[in-house]
Design a protein around this ligand. Structure first.
Ligand code: SAM
Length: 189
């Protein structure tokens, strides 16, 4: 029990840093091989504006194809993802942080908050690598909200990353109506 507790403290500490007196979690970087595989699974248009809003060490950003125009945000480099003007950004691709480290509270899943933020921007295509707990945070009510905001999951690719927690999901989302991932809004007890 004590060993488990210590392990949790150490692994949490390893995944956080302090920036502007705020705790930034989830500094773990996507393996470059996985980022490249995801990038290769996507059709890229010439001169498309692509942004990684949580670039970290650049697993995605550095490996984007040469025919796109790229930009990034990264809080530890002084650029918050909300600092970017997404008016002309067509695609965002990233592994977003599990926790934005806001609201003075214990570690909390920010995935939906991030998704909702981007659903309200003009960005046409969103590709996010996420864990199962992030995927699980998309409740029926939240998926309904994303649909109302004009964002639909088009494809999910399942992948392994055993150095983390095992299974990860690549969500491909666009503005094209697609009810392949649907919901029942009621609760069933
Ligand atoms: C899970 S890491 C992924 C990094 C990189 N995209 C990759 O796939 O290797 C998430 C990154 O988001 C950054 N981050 C956290 N909060 C942020 C914010 N408000 N704005 C921009 N970047 C942020 C963290 O510093 C971290 O580098």
């Amino acid at each position: 029990m004590i060993i488990f507790f210590l392990f949790n403290i150490i692994s949490t500490y390893n995944k956080m840093s302090i920036y502007n007196n705020k705790i930034i979690y989830d500094l773990h970087q996507t393996p470059v091989s996985l980022a490249k595989e995801i990038i290769n699974s996507i059709n890229w248009n010439d001169n498309e504006n692509v942004c990684d809003p949580f670039a970290g060490d650049g697993s995605f950003y550095e490996n984007l194809p040469s025919n796109v125009k790229k930009s990034y945000a990264e809080i530890t480099k002084g650029i918050d993802f909300r600092d970017i003007d997404y008016k002309n950004i067509e695609t965002i691709i990233s592994n977003p942080p599990y926790d934005l480290g806001e609201d003075n509270r214990v570690r909390k899943n920010s995935f939906y908050k991030i998704l909702e933020y981007f659903s309200l921007t003009p960005v046409k295509r969103i590709i996010f690598l996420c864990s199962q707990s992030c995927f699980n945070s998309i409740t029926p009510k939240r998926l309904k909200q994303l649909h109302q905001n004009g964002l639909y999951i088009q494809k999910i690719t399942i992948c392994n990353c055993k150095k983390w927690y095992g299974r990860y999901y690549v969500l491909y989302m666009t503005r094209d109506v697609n009810m392949m991932v649907d919901y029942f809004i009621n609760n069933f007890d």
